[in-house]
Design a protein around this ligand. Structure first.
Ligand code: ASP
Length: 582
């Protein structure tokens, strides 16, 4: 090895030892007779000392080192007079006898320190320099720790990791495929997998009853802050299991990760149905770090001549504890918030439950004290609380109130980043009506099994059929989802029919799976967890990009390698492809 130690490990026990370190020159300070250099590697920073009086030549040479030069240093570990107890190596320094420049560096385009002066695009272009900074290094280490703990846990549970191909044909996961032209099969294309869904099911038919894979998936979707065109999943499948077995196994994985990586014991995960989630939180991914559940007021608030309520399909509200003293201005701000086009409510009705027990509302003209009291009781409100009520079309208004609930959660500081409240949402609808194309879509994917008791509704009322599908949600973020699968050809055919496939289309696209069902397919089910999101959540951040070594930017570009890019005429010719300019 070119070094005896790393830059993060020397301490007072090493005093007097001769050592060799290698690293990058982070910073240098000239203090008259002395020069101090911070030498950095992946493990930390060690202070180097050069003394003008004892070795002027070496000191002069050290003063010429530029930022990010790579050097190798020989010297003796000494106790520091000016200790920095915040750093693991802060009690020692190296009196340098000799050093070599292993490589020079151009002046980096931004400072490589915890707080850098580099803008986002610049740091993306020089990602390898950004990755030298502590915050990103810590994120990569967190990711690695989570990868290895995931493997440890699943390994102990008898899962085996099996790789599935990346050049496949479309899997209908609901997004657009990335396609790859085939040179050897002119005019034909592979698709990159949106998930290994069909392969993991085939592995179950092959008898590998506990499969997992930390796998890249590709989806050509419009990008949002927390989306990347390629991302990683912890993908799993199990045979001979019930839904509960799967929930227990993966609740175990998440608890294991919290314990090993963050030293946190999380509580057992509550299980709530999709219908309950929508009714009480207005979303299928509720943030249950705080209560503030929805209360519906249709029975209490209709029929008093207030047209807005009388005409509404749903009247629903939340109780913000101890906000009864909100000023006019604060209430106006909340009204503006719900009226924003992204939220889209027409207005906000409030009821202040005063400390003296009286109630003051924005609809006093229509509702007397007695009526308002019944509302307060429905909310279990106490004097000092504030009721915030919206009304309108059910789906729309639940969504709006969900946003208002999260906003109040933020204002009241109830969404603590260091608190983790995972839960399972179960019993999702099997199908979802697609207005645009006037047809049903699979809410999860077409291989999800309907609940046995709902199968008879598949022809008559497909929208009412519930699925054996579940999502894992943590702090309002959907971390993963899965389902118990169909494993019978006839039912799978019925499902494709409900999704508007002709028999030929179904056979053409998924014949391989349906045929395989005829050779002894075991009952099976599985789940996939979004690994990038899970790591970001553990790292206390909303941005998955900071937890991916080489991510793409908002327009799906890798600005470091400049991709996507055009290809040469020769490559196009070989593939028999022609670019048609619009
Ligand atoms: N393949 C599904 C997904 O990627 C997960 C699953 O059903 O296991 O969302």
């Amino acid at each position: 090895m070119l070094r005896t130690h790393t830059c993060g490990e020397l301490n007072p026990k090493n005093i007097g030892e001769k050592v060799t370190l290698c690293g990058w020159m982070q910073k240098s300070r000239d203090l008259g007779g002395m020069t101090f250099i911070d030498l950095r590697d992946r493990y930390g920073i060690t202070q180097l000392v050069f003394n003008m009086q004892t070795n002027a030549g070496l000191c002069e040479k050290a003063r010429k080192l530029g930022r990010e030069f790579v050097i190798s240093v020989k010297g003796t570990v000494e106790e520091r007079s000016n200790k920095n107890l915040k750093m693991p190596t802060g009690e020692i320094e190296i009196i340098v006898d000799k050093f070599d420049v292993l490589n020079r560096s151009k002046l980096p385009p931004f400072t490589i320190e915890d707080n850098t002066d580099g803008g986002e695009e610049l740091r993306m272009k020089y990602r390898y320099l950004d990755l030298r900074r502590n915050p990103l290094r810590k994120n990569m280490e967190l990711r690695h720790k989570m990868t290895s703990e995931t493997r440890n846990y699943l390994d102990l549970q008898n899962f085996i990791e099996i790789e599935t191909p990346y050049l496949i044909k479309s899997t209908p996961e609901g997004a657009r495929d990335f396609v790859v032209p085939s040179r050897m099969n002119q005019g034909e294309f592979y698709a990159l997998p949106q998930s290994p869904q069909t392969f993991k099911q085939l592995l179950m038919i092959a008898g590998y009853d506990r499969y997992y894979q930390l796998v890249k998936c590709f989806r050509d979707e419009d990008l949002r802050a927390d989306r990347q065109p390629e991302f990683t999943q912890i993908d799993c499948e199990m045979s001979f299991v019930t839904q509960d077995d799967i929930l227990n196994t993966f609740e175990g994985l998440i608890k294991h990760l919290f314990e090993k990586v963050k030293n946190i014991n999380v509580e057992d995960f509550p299980i709530i149905s999709y219908d309950e989630a929508m009714k009480y939180y207005g979303t299928d991914k509720p943030d249950i770090r705080f209560e503030m559940k929805f209360v519906e007021l249709n029975n209490l608030a209709k029929g008093s001549g207030f047209k807005v309520f009388d005409d509404a399909e749903l009247i629903v509200g939340i109780c913000a504890e101890a906000c009864g003293n909100y000023s006019r201005k604060q209430l106006d701000k909340l009204t503006d918030f719900v009226r924003k086009p992204q939220i889209g409510a027409k207005g906000l009705v409030y009821v202040k439950y005063n400390e003296d027990g009286s109630l003051k509302s924005s609809v006093d003209k229509f509702f007397d004290q007695k009526a308002l009291k019944t509302w307060a009781e429905a909310f279990n409100a106490n004097p000092g609380d504030l009721l915030l009520i919206l009304s309108g079309e059910t789906g729309h208004i639940r969504k709006a109130l969900c946003e208002l609930r999260l906003e109040m959660g933020n204002r009241l500081e109830l969404r603590d980043k260091n608190k983790f409240r995972p839960l399972w949402v179960v019993d999702f609808p099997l199908l979802e009506w697609d207005e645009e194309n006037s047809r049903f879509h699979a809410m999860h994917h077409p291989f999800t099994s309907p609940k046995a008791e709902d199968i008879q509704l598949l022809n008559s009322e497909p929208g009412k059929v519930r699925a054996n599908a579940y999502d894992l949600v943590i702090n309002g973020v959907e971390i993963g989802g899965g389902s118990i699968r169909i494993f019978n050809k006839e039912l799978q055919k019925k499902m494709f029919k409900a999704l508007g496939f002709s028999e030929e289309q179904a056979q053409e696209q998924f014949g391989f799976l349906m045929n395989a069902f005829e050779y002894g397919a075991p009952p099976h089910g599985g789940i996939a967890l979004g690994f990038d999101r899970l790591v970001a959540l553990f790292g206390g951040s909303d941005s998955i990009r900071d937890f991916i070594a080489f991510p793409k930017n908002n327009s799906g570009r890798d600005v470091m390698i400049d991709s996507p890019s055009t290809i040469s005429k020769e490559q196009l010719d070989e593939l028999k492809l022609r670019i048609v300019k619009e």
